[in-house]
Ligand binder design. Sequence first.
Ligand code: ISL
Ligand code: CA
Length: 555
Amino acid sequence: MSTEIHSNSQPWWKTATGYQIYPRSFCDSNSDGIGDLKGIVSKLDHLKDLGIGFVWLSPVYASPMRDNGYDISNYRDIASEFGTLDDFQELIVAAKDRGIRIVMDLVVNHCSDEHEWFRKASASTDCAEHEYFYWRAQNEDGGPPDDQRAEFGGPAWIWVEAVGKYYYGHFGPQQPDLNWQNPELRQEVYDMMNWWLDMGIGGFRMDVIDLIGKDLDARCYAEGPYLHGFIKEMHQNCLAGRDVLTVGETWSARPHTALNYCGADRHELDMVFNFNHVEAAWDPVNGRFGQNCFDLVRHKSILNDWQIALAHDGWNSLYLSNHDLPRPVSTFGDDTTYRKRSAKMLALTMHLMKGTPYVYQGEEIGMTNANFTSLEQFRDIETFGQYREQTEAGVPFDAFLAGANVNGRDNARTPMQWDGSEFAGFSDVTPWIDVNDNAHEINVVMDREDANGVFEFYHRMIQLRKDLPLVTKGSFRLLCPDDPQVFAYLRELDDQQMLVVGNFTSDAAELDAPELSGLSGKVLLSNIEGRMDNLEMPAKLAPYEAFAWLQNPEG
Ligand code: ISL
Ligand code: CA
């Protein structure tokens, strides 16, 4: 029986829970060590059992895979190692049968240097495609127009002898930026988007979309002057009138700019990914490859600001992890003694805020960081860029390794741990990247056999969102903002109140919310044994304890 896909009063993406798949690392169906589309199809029941409503699929387009698909060489084809267009259509249908939509990754700030557009553009100035990229002449001393560095290391301006000019690659030479100033380029992108939308996809996650409005001469990159004009135009050309989800990846968005993307009157996007809480855990001196500097008070304050900014208009995305970030249980929780309990605590406090939650593959069983020990184990282009820059700057290898193990992107990219077999049930040959050493004790089979497993907790939590309109619609009020241990908030709708509490530490803690003392209600979900329905204030909390409690359950 197919699951109901429409909800009558609200857009489906407000009541659904998303699940991100990084295809290369999810499931390998043909024993080449690389995850693929047929592998995803074979695991759809896992997602259905979890209760998710849509998949955000990281790029599966044709690509030389310098950045694992975030460098696209053909926007209308599937990478051969992932399968074929037929496999993709089969995935859409098989997912739909299970009430799941497939949201594609839209990577149009840049393409691959192997895209036909760039091949032509870099061979001659005398073709339409030349204008699809940003070109600049040498400056007076023969050098590049400016000293901008690429995200993955090296200069962002790259010389091409054949045309006697530099092109701009924000991420690196193999990812030339597309010139959004050019109307024909924009039309190519819109046609391509419509082609996928007509095929029946559920929407788009838009890669670094805040960069497309850049003004290179002003050296203005993120949220540039042309940004919202372009997104509006995209909306008119592709999205208006379609029942799809759009979410922008926007590192530069702040609570006061978020409505520029997702306010109802804007006709741009449904929501954006906010990274403020992610960046707040980075080392202020040594940056992302320094130490983990997580601070709960700041974390709460950031999330609260976003909840307030989008309380009445716009919509939040709720997440702690993706394919670029370390595993949340390692960054924000405890990945040893309290691994399961803290994984559940992090999930509960995140998912029950107002917005659409996203689960990243493996998070639902509490997968941990990779803890690689040698350079040979890494695969990520960004990590190698860091390695070169740090080595040149004289940083010792051990310090680089420590940083990569704290925040490197490969932490999230080790193969999905399906079972305790040699390659974790991901593949039956050596995978493209090492399986985490802990796969024999952290895997889907073992976790799902455990009534107290992380998966079962996620399943119940996701079900709560479907059962209780309050979870989607209720207002949000942060409690005890200055408490360094406890994250607690109230959600309210009509005469119902839900309290959500999480202890972010391995010490006992206390919540004092006198206004709730003595009220009758019931515990909806808890990650420890014995949490009682009646709330006595102050409430004592065990290490990493979390619960959701509903006052006036009949309301
Ligand atoms: O993870 C990061 C934090 O600094 C950056 O490395 C990352 O480049 C940034 O998050 C933008 O990410 C997106 O675009 C990149 C791609 O490598 C990432 O995987 C993608 O999510 C370029 O397409
Ligand atoms: Ca494969």
